[in-house]
Design a protein around this ligand. Sequence first.
Ligand SMILES: Nc1ncnc2c1ncn2[C@@H]1O[C@H](COP(=O)(O)OP(=O)(O)OP(=O)(O)O)[C@@H](O)[C@H]1O
Length: 933
Amino acid sequence: MSSDSRKIRVAVRVRPFNERELEQNPRNIIKVLDKSTLMFDPDEDEDEFFFHGVKQTHRDITKRVKKKLTMEYDDVFDNAASNVDIYEVCMKPLVQSVMNGYNCSVFVYGATGAGKTHTMLGNDGCPGITYLTMKELFHQIESLSELRKFDIGISYLEVYNELVMNLLTKSGPLKLREDSNGVVVSGLVLKQIHNAGELLELLALGNRNRTQHPTDANAESSRSHAIFQVHIRMVEKKTGQKRTVKLSMIDLAGSERAASTKGIGLRFKEGANINKSLLALGNCINKLADGLKHIPYRDSNLTRILKDSLGGNCQTLMIANISPSSLTYDDTYNTLKYASRAKKIRTTVRQNIVPSNVPKEFLVKKVNEQAEEIERLKAKVADLEEQLRRKATAPSAAEEGSPPALNETLLNTWISRIDSCYNSMRQALQHLMALKSKEKLINMRVKLKEQAENIARIVTLDGSHLDEDIAKMEASIDRCGKQVTNQQADKSRWQERYRQSLRNRNALREEVMQTELATVLKNYLGGKDAEIEAVRSTLWKDHVLQMSFTYDQENKLWHNIMMLSGDIIQQNYLLLRSMDRLDNVTLDKLKRLVKLNQRQRGVTFFDDDCQQGRADIDLSSDSMDDIANLSDCSADAVDFLSGDSTVALAIGGVAGKRTKVNDSSESDPDTETSNPLKQATTIKDHAVEMNVFKKPKMVSRTLSFKTTATGGGGTVVRPTMSSRRTPTKLGHGSKASAVAASNRLKVPRLVVSSAVGAANRKKLLPAGETVEQDENRLLDTSDESNGIGNIANSTFDLCTNKDPETESLFSNVLVESNVAPQVLEKVLRRASMKGGKMTLSVSKDSRKKSPKRIGKSPRSINRSNSRTNASANSVINRYRMMKAKDAAGGSSGSGSSSTTVAIKPITARIANNNFENDGDRNRHNRLMGIMKK
Ligand SMILES: Nc1ncnc2c1ncn2[C@@H]1O[C@H](COP(=O)(O)OP(=O)(O)OP(=O)(O)O)[C@@H](O)[C@H]1O
């Protein structure tokens, strides 16, 4: 888009004397010398005066000396010129500029009654330049209607007392604001017109609304600046190229001095405002003429509106209207001076072609055409070169009898042709795969975002922000959608180019096979094919890695969410239950949750049954679940390998065995490279190379509570935790390994008994041992095995408000003990009654022993990472659920009391590794994922 610096075009129009002036017999102060020159204040044509026979030059010595200023403008029109003349000379070229996409602007300047409105609007018998211009504009539009589509909207504003008003609709004052397109009137609605006739109606309407008051100088004086603007939008039908242009026609209020209108009161205020805006206009004109950088456009609304016309991207015409009468000597002189200054102003004009509006398809088509043309020309050049060489070498070869020289040249030609063909193929493939990969990733992200949105609808801390949050998420999803849509055109373009390159390659191959160099070139072609395959594989690898990474991040996030949710659910469940607020609906939901969790185990763990389950999954679906389960080799990951074809692969086991389950691939001309089996092999190789199909290693964590006696008989229970990678491949049915694995698990247990009191226990003690000794012994033993020890019949400070983690741990530990739910309820009720410091008294006849604190130790957990802690809680919870289930079944079966829990001898439990029976252990091990069913 080129720009052009042009001066403002300035025309001066001299009106005829009006009746009022003629009555006063004034002097003519304007003498039009030619089409571009006039003389201001010329000598009077007076009768020659002789004194004593001598011609006198100065008849009246008191008379002012004439200025006799010769002034030059672009155009000067004398009093005989009509509006049509003005239009033909000044406006017609502007209409042409408008049609070429340039902004144009014309403003009439002059004192009141100088003929500005007459020039602009004219009257019934003599239409003004506005009507004439619009008529020509519509004429041009009609003649170009086959090539372009036009939209025309007009606005008619006035600036009165510094307020901007719409003359076409009744509304309040409008505000001006500036944007990249210049000064814009806020809230201005354009009126559409379809012919010059409609324009006349609107102009009449606008003029009726315009502020006019009679002044001494003009009976119909316009007291405001009127701005008529035509906005034209043109769209080239063939190319889609868009141009938006604006033609502004401004009828300024009179530039006279206030005194000449003899205004008082409101008229004086009008005059002051008119003068203020015209003064600002004068300042701007002066500064622009001097080439200054800072132009005070903001000094008035008028100059703000005229900013574009004076110093912006606009071709501007100024028509200075003057009266020839000596009655307006000063005003005319001022007008002419302004006009002269304005002549020096330069504006920079450029065509308003909107490049972004050129349809993409058009550009894409053009680029494709050019690319094809380049390819064709390249091939032609190569062909011609080859012919030339052949001609050049043929005679000499015949002379010398050395045909190999010919072969070598030919070979080089063929090689350069093959290289060029494969280069374009590689380029297309790279673009295509990058675009497809991007699309797959975006689609995957959209699904993840949708999931997050669903969760946000359920879980929200503050309902008032929900809408805002959802709106943000939806906006983000929309953005992703737009990204995908935007690149569709690109994708199909590269797809077409890729297909074209494949066709070219096949054609070239056939051609090669006809030549005498077929054997050599066949090998060369094979090498090139291998190169393309390597590129394809690398791109595929990058894509899979990216997909894996994204999914892995999401997986981690979900893991954390689930752990936190589980923890919160469990705590709320216990709290509700302790408060007797657990209703059936919530309970049902919890049960469903537990069941869901149990069902998921079958999919999550890598045992034989699960493998079967995996094979049943519909791998062609790209649902979220499938992405989640098969992220490493999902259909998404490999779909793009064969263009539009869909090749879905399934994992067939831990080692990453894959099975082709669906191949709807259309015939790719490149049968060799599009062969899905070959691709599968490639994928497999990559899987091994990248390790992406390898089963993630399971991690088991050992949790133990160390109980140590403190001074004064107190006992501190410190939970410690360690993580260890556990080999997931266990020997099938290997009992020894299962036991070994279960042995590694030390489940925290808090052994509580309200039935076995100190007195009773004393009877069980070996002779000579006190209760205290017995307890210490038990504690010590349990430290080794159970991890917590028997701390029954005691009052414990479980935790304080400051240590919620201990509270959480305690509830888990407590549930794991054999305390029946009813007992637990009582315990929690009691505990909560103590307020900030939770104190648990299990036994009715509890002795006031030093409290055994469970509170300091969680710091050691804090030192571990939070994920480890969450996992530990999860382990405990799983175990708790299992026990709760068993307890429910057991109690109904045996009918044992739920309030009193008898504990087994600790030593027996040590031997049994804390499990009540083998079923428990097996179930536990299954839950922990360390043993096959
Ligand atoms: N070139 C002209 N030929 C014939 N009559 C004219 C010409 N110019 C102006 N007049 C007449 O002079 C009178 C005043 O003209 P006009 O209203 O256009 O002045 P104006 O500059 O717009 O004044 P104001 O600033 O007060 O609105 C009108 O009656 C108009 O018809």
